[in-house]
Design a protein around this ligand. Sequence first.
Ligand code: ADP
Ligand code: ZN
Length: 293
Amino acid sequence: MRIGAIEAGGTKIVCGIGNEYGIIEDRIHFPTEQPEPTMEKVILYFQDKGVEAIGIGTFGPINLDRNSDQYGYVTTTPKQGWSGHPFLSTLKTAINVPYGWDTDVNAAAYGEVMWGAAQGLDSCVYYTIGTGIGVGVYSEGKIVHGLVHPEGGHLLVRRHKDDVFEGLCPYHGDCLEGMAAGPALEARWNKKGSHLPIDHPAWQMEAFYIGQAITGAILMLSPQKIILGGGVMHQQQLFSMIRDEVQRNLNGYVNSETILTNIDEYIVPPNLGDNAGLCGALALGLAAAKHGG
Ligand code: ADP
Ligand code: ZN
C-alpha cells in the first residue's frame, strides 16, 4: 500500500509516504508558515504520489466532531493565521482520497501501538514534552476523543516547595505546560534545557511536575504503557527520576507488578524515534484507507 502521512507541528510540517508495515519510504519537510503557502507545498508534494489515503496528525486544538460543519478545522490555536483554518477540506478539495485526522499526540500514541513501544496493547498514553506539552490517549483499542480531545498538557499541578516561578501558560499560568515545557525550563533557570548539567536541580523539579501528571493519568485511565517523547525527554536521566516520583506518589496503592517492580518497562521513551510523529500520521492514513475517512 502507498499511504500519505502529514505531521503538522507548530514550527515545521513533515510530509511522507509509507506502507502498511510502518516503513517510511520518502519524506520532506518545510517550515509552518501562513496556511495558504504552507498548504500549497503540501498539495504539491502529494499531487503526483498516487497515495490511497492520507493521515494527518496536527498541532491543535482541532475539530474532530464529524457532525460539525467545522470538522477538520484548526480551532483556537494562538499560531498566527491558523485559527479557523479548514485544514482538512483544503486538502480534500485538491486531493480526493480518504483522510485520517487527529491531534499530533493522539497520532503518535496510535503509531506506537501499531509499530512501537505499545505494540499489541490496547491502551497507552503518549506525552510530548517540548515547546508545549501534549497528551495523546489510546484506550480499549481506540484513540480517545470525547467532547473535544484530551488536553492533559494543561492539567493543574501542585507547586514544588522550592519553586517561585510564576509559569508561562497564557491561559493558566502555572499548569503543567506552564511549569514544565521547554520554554518554562529555560525561563526559570535562564538557560536552555539542553545547556543545564544533568545534576542540576532543574531535573528534580521537572520530574516532580511530570510525575504528578503521570500519576493522574494512571489513576484516571489505567493505561498499559506510558510513553514520554519530545525535546525535553532527550534528558535521559529524567526517566528514572519520573518513575521514582510516580512510585512515591502512588505509594503502593495501585497494586500492579508493572508499577511496583517493572516500572522501567512501563514509563518509556517512544520506540519509533524521529519517525514517531510521521508513523502516527501514517497509522491514521492506513486506518482511513481501510475504513474510509
Ligand atoms: P516541538 O515541541 O516544537 O515540536 P521539540 O519536541 O524538539 O519540538 O521540543 C523543543 C523544546 O525542547 C525546546 O523548548 C527545547 O529547548 C527543548 N529541548 C530540546 N532538546 C533538549 C534537550 N536535549 N534537553 C532539554 N531540553 C531540550
Ligand atoms: Zn495551560
